[in-house]
Design a protein around this ligand. Sequence first.
Ligand code: FBP
Length: 336
Amino acid sequence: MKTKPYIQDNSPLGYTVGVTLDRFIKSMQSDFPYATGELSQLLRDIALASKIVSREIGRAGLTHVTGAFGNTNVQGEEQQKLDVVANIRFTRALTKGGEVCAVVSEEDDEVIDLQNKTGKYVVAIDPLDGSSNIDVNVSIGTIFSIYRRVTPQGSPIASQDVLQKGSQQVAAGYVLYGSSTMLVYTTGSGVNGFTYERSLGEFFLSHPNIQAPDSGEIFTINDGLTPSVGLGIVEFLNACKRKGRTSRYIGSLVADFHRNLLKGGIYLYPASAKNPTGKIRLLYEANALAFLAEQAGGLATDGKRRVLEIQPESLHQRTPLYIGSRELVDELMGHL
Ligand code: FBP
């Protein structure tokens, strides 16, 4: 049979659309000789849920899913309807995907046991971050951390499966629901960002190998806290102002982190009178962003040690968080 070799047609008619998340995951998987595809499938499950959540957020004002749900979560915060929608969507996708045995969610007080005897992975997730911005159309996000379970598959879920140090993460990332929807993640070999092309229903590689600038001009803190934070923090903030740096604060951790990751900057959420141990949750907020920050050349600390070295003691424990460009975090540590 007469055949001809395929030659890619580079005419402008066939402009390339880019590398899809699926293809990228597949190509990365080949880097891990013993990879079984389960982590790849888990990342796909998270991508699918984020597409649905992005759609729900985009039309929230029309479908009456704005406003309070009428419950308070384990943090004592009023749950927003979209918090509940996102929690349902991600937990369902992780259950149906079949790779996960347990989920720790900001919206659930206990560990969710998915009764999955073959599931190798544990996921800690903040289904919708930036609650104060949900109803005012400001960027919000999802944050996730992925661990391998420690106890044998099929055995009861134990505390050591879910209370693992951030340094044990096998993957972590966030989804940013902003002017565009982006998925940014790491599996320990660099940080890559994908932009959602709604009309094709696909994430495409748009920010390969993200490197955080070593320094930057942006400092990010809820200035309303400063009257009750440590002296070292105040000194650092005054130094930032003396040096003419810019204050930027969206109030959604994912959005503030993403901006600083790309432009250079530091996000600070210290302990304060209102939050004596800080506000940010270790398991499903700080650990994921700390893994990403370090993979992109930045730093993440609680003011004393690397966030990734903190041994978790409880599911919803909080931590002070200082994260971002290496030189800015070092400079802050000089004041602490
Ligand atoms: P949740 O919205 O998931 O509870 O996250 C906490 C958070 O909203 C972060 O996104 C944000 O950086 C911070 O709290 C804002 O806190 P504050 O309102 O005290 O400035």
